[in-house]
Design a protein. Structure first.
Ligand code: RIB
Length: 306
């Protein structure tokens, strides 16, 4: 099986993480148990996940000409991601303020910075997209960049995977360019509401079936409850691995990047979902986003045990 190639276009952030017992409610002040700085951002996380799963991976992103930007590019390269296409722009590097509680759940506030300058794709970026087996996109950068990238990928006959996170309505013209849509239950409900199909969001299977009418394949991820893959009339449930949760930050991105790598390798979608689900399970047992993403051999070891 060939390794396949993946281009990821998306956000790169420095994650400023505070560990707390419980995430504060409005008006409450709490003390952190500790703080960490990690590499993150949905685009960078997904690119690292694809590379650690063995895909030849390029990241198209934007960072500032600052210490954080240099840190993120170095982290990408260290993971085997080709980061030569990362733009260095006259804005500070994006940052994410992440609060993680004792159960590993998080709340995140993003300061987009350089990511906000990714409003479309350049000729060079278009060329990179046209040369990849799979193009992986998210919704953390301005909508124009995901749309342009999806259009360029579709024109070149490439597979488009869209992780519609963070939650927001999804323009139908973007949805029409997607081959595999990946969402969690909240994102699925938001998209269906925006499409005027709120009623379909009443049950998880209803969400999957309604979205599968719009795209060739949809994956609805459900954390510890596993995932559902919808394709045409078929709905397949894939259970999650039982793991101790330390930090869920970047688990969804690990899933998406690992899935992109598997699809680029030529795996069938159901098989790719099982692989990606094991990768995500390993990531929640570790702290940080990029720092938590497993390698192919670690994922295969977990799959061999189950
Ligand atoms: O999906 C997790 C990511 O969301 C974090 O790494 C943070 O940067 C935010 O973009």
């Amino acid at each position: 099986m060939s390794t396949g190639s993946v281009v990821v276009l998306g956000a790169a952030n420095v994650d400023l993480v505070l560990r707390v017992d419980a995430i504060p409610v409005p008006g409450e002040t709490v003390s952190a148990r500790g703080s960490e700085v990690h590499a993150g951002g949905k685009g960078l996380n997904q690119a690292v996940a694809a590379a650690r799963s063995g895909a030849r991976t390029r990241l198209l992103a934007a960072v500032g000409d600052d210490e954080h930007g240099r840190f993120l590019r170095a982290e990408a390269e260290e993971a085997g991601v080709d980061a030569r296409g990362v733009r260095v722009v006259a804005e500070r590097t994006g940052s994410a303020y992440v609060v993680v509680d004792s159960r590993g759940e998080n709340s995140i506030v993003i300061d987009g910075g350089a990511n906000s300058t990714l409003r479309g794709v350049s000729e060079l970026e278009r060329h990179a997209i046209a040369g990849a087996d799979v193009v992986a996109l998210q919704r953390e950068c301005p909508a124009g960049s995901a749309f342009d990238a999806a259009e360029a990928a579709r024109a070149a006959g490439r597979t488009v995977i869209l992780n519609a996170a963070p939650a927001q309505g999804l323009p139908e013209k973007l949805l029409a360019l997607v081959d595999v849509l990946i969402v969690n239950e909240g994102e699925a409900a938001t998209i269906l509401r925006d499409l005027g199909q709120a009623a379909a969001g009443g049950s998880i299977e209803g969400q999957v079936r309604a979205l599968a009418e719009r795209v060739p394949a949809v994956v609805v991820t459900r954390g510890a409850a596993g995932l559902m893959l919808g394709r045409g009339d078929e709905v397949i449930a894939v259970p999650a691995h039982r793991v101790e949760v330390v930090d869920t930050t970047g688990a969804g991105d690990t899933f998406c990047g690992a899935l992109a790598a598997e699809v680029a390798r030529g795996s069938a979608l159901e098989e790719a979902c099982r692989y990606a689900s094991a990768a995500a399970a390993l990531s929640v047992g570790r702290r940080g986003a990029v720092a938590s993403i497993p390698t192919r051999s670690q994922v295969e070891e977990l799959l061999a045990q189950s």
